[in-house]
Design a protein. Sequence first.
Length: 118
Amino acid sequence: QVQLVESGGGLVQPGGSLRLSCAASRSICSINTMGWYRQAPGKERELVATITRGGSTNYADSVKGRFTLSRDIAKNTVYLQMNSLKPEDTAVYYCNARTVVTVMTDFWGQGTQVTVSS
């Protein structure tokens, strides 16, 4: 089991920045992949960025060059730094932890709202 607690969402103007945090209940070194997904009203949940246990990152094309995913292993926390925010980035952002033992299991945070609007 993995519990995830997110923080850092809010309202920001276009071009602004926000940093999301996701604290895990156990060592993130024991988790295969951690990342962020988002879901806008009327749309399906989509991948934003992921980081593997080995530290490799992957980003959606729509956020490359603007968002940066990082981690603090000592704090069991991953961060999503979001710069140059656009109105289309408005969504509920969910932290995800994926473990693979005998089966693949996804764990989700409660979600945090990000609204980009003037």
